[in-house]
Design a protein around this ligand. Structure first.
Ligand SMILES: Cc1cc2nc3c(=O)[nH]c(=O)nc-3n(C[C@H](O)[C@H](O)[C@H](O)COP(=O)(O)OP(=O)(O)OC[C@H]3O[C@@H](n4cnc5c(N)ncnc54)[C@H](O)[C@@H]3O)c2cc1C
Length: 421
């Protein structure tokens, strides 16, 4: 039986970063045949495709510097983001709430009137309650509610008021009025960086820094005995560990610990899936500056579409399309592809002269975890229990949270430094 100090489940950005910050004696087990997790990049027919756009919005100097130092200088793309909302056959700037003055006059008046007459509360019961309380009926019902229902594929009353944390573009009445004359930015990610070979090329840099003998691909951790500190792999091997670092999704990790001892907690976890299409066409769209577009109207199957070609400066339309699904819903890929092409035509992104040259579909399951106060408390309690057994569960899905690639890196680094002390 092999013994290691750190046994790491998963070679996504969290697992790779953790391994980069410990000195030695680690083993990464990855169930796929390549590293990167959700930050993989596929190269197909000359197109560069991530698992939906994966852009770097750095908020720490440390990781920004690391990115700039490690990625080849002429491969780094820096962009001031250009994002729009497609609303009633027009495009307005994102976020909706600070750009209501761009709406048609009667809609603008509705939004403004409701914004002034909204009933703010000290405490909100849930995400939907917070939207109505902070933004009023019209802004909520024209954009915030339908858009988030498409994305989360759930009744928004089941989400915590802070379900999106810092990713939610809050703005008060003063911000909204001021923005009518002086364009400011209210989004967390006003600028972003991206390697021209896709987010996966940065994962490769993290991977190249590691000893390849310490990574086993195509192998799954299938059970954990927390008393014996032993993990069983799909190839029947058993590994004794001092610390177990999990980065696999909590809903898949819980069942493998101590014969599903935490099954009750698992039954409480709520989340949704996202179907992603990457589409490559023979020429560019008439939309040549937009980076991504939000689509709140429910008659269109997608909630967000993005333009790799406008980010990379390439000469053929290369897009990602995101479609939200509840966790148990069946996904009919062919039907969705047909609808997607139809809807792209309807909103004017493509026209009859453009041909689809290449495409792929990816299902992100889970994609968005549904943050709910009661379940959150139970998750925190579970984390305390497993920490006492030298098990740590990190990453967007391991920690069951809403966070970026950089957040995953920050948390993985902090844990590595704490355990190495
Ligand atoms: C639609 C969408 C768009 C996004 N866009 C952005 C963006 O633009 N910018 C940004 O910063 N973030 C973005 N994110 C978030 C980003 O994808 C995540 O924060 C990040 O990829 C999480 O990395 P991770 O390593 O924690 O988890 P993962 O990437 O999920 O890695 C976990 C790894 O564990 C492996 N694994 C699972 N089970 C086992 C097992 N039993 N045994 C062995 N291995 C196992 C998996 O194969 C996987 O490789 C987006 C997310 C979504 C859903």
């Amino acid at each position: 039986m092999r013994n290691v100090k750190y046994l790491i489940i998963g070679a996504g950005v969290s697992g790779l970063t953790f391994a980069n910050y410990i000195k030695s004696d680690y083993l990464i087990i990855e169930k796929e045949n390549e590293i990167g997790g959700y930050c993989k990049t596929h190269y197909k027919d000359g197109f560069v495709w991530d698992y939906a756009g994966h852009f770097f919005h750095f908020k720490t100097d440390e990781f920004k510097k690391m990115f700039i130092n490690k990625v080849n200088k002429n491969e780094i793309i820096k962009q001031d983001k250009c994002t729009k909302i497609f609303y009633h056959d027009n495009y307005i700037d994102y976020p909706f709430q600070t750009n209501i003055h761009q709406l048609e006059k009667s809609e603008f008046i509705d939004c403004l009137y409701d914004l002034f007459n909204k009933e703010e509360k000290k405490e909100y019961d849930n995400f939907l309650d917070m939207l109505y309380g902070k933004f009023g009926k019209s802004i909520t019902e024209k954009f915030l509610r339908p858009y988030n229902e498409k994305l989360y594929a759930i009744d928004l009353r089941k989400l915590d008021k802070d379900a999106m944390g810092r990713f939610f573009p809050y703005a008060d009445v003063k911000d909204i009025i001021n923005n009518m004359k002086k364009n400011s930015t209210f989004s967390y990610n006003n600028q972003f960086m991206y390697p021209c070979n896709g987010a996966g090329s940065f994962m490769k840099i993290l991977f190249d820094n590691l000893d390849k003998n310490n990574i086993i691909l195509n192998t799954e951790v299938i059970s954990i005995d927390s008393k014996k500190k032993c993990a069983k792999l799909s190839n029947n091997e058993e590994i004794k560990y001092e610390y177990l670092i999990n980065t696999s999704p909590l809903n898949k990790f819980l069942p493998i610990i101590d014969n599903d001892k935490f099954g009750k907690l698992n039954s409480l976890l709520s989340y949704n899936k996202v179907l992603v299409f990457n589409l490559g066409f023979d020429k560019k769209s008439k939309l040549t500056s937009e980076h991504w577009i939000y689509i709140p109207e429910k008659k269109y199957n997608f909630y967000r579409i993005g333009f790799y070609d406008n980010i990379l400066g390439t000469d053929r339309l290369s897009m990602y399309i995101e479609i939200g699904y509840s966790k148990d819903e069946k996904i009919k890929i062919d039907e969705q592809l047909r609808l997607t092409l139809l809807n792209l035509k309807e909103i004017g992104v493509i026209d009859d002269s453009m041909n689809l040259l290449s495409y792929e579909s990816i299902i992100m399951d889970p994609a968005y975890v549904h943050i709910n106060n009661d379940t959150d408390k139970k998750i925190k309690k579970f984390m305390r229990v497993i920490n006492k057994k030298s098990i740590y569960s990190i990453g967007r899905y391991g920690a069951w949270t809403y966070c970026s690639m950089e957040d995953c890196m920050v948390n993985a680094k902090e844990l590595a430094e704490t355990l190495e002390k």
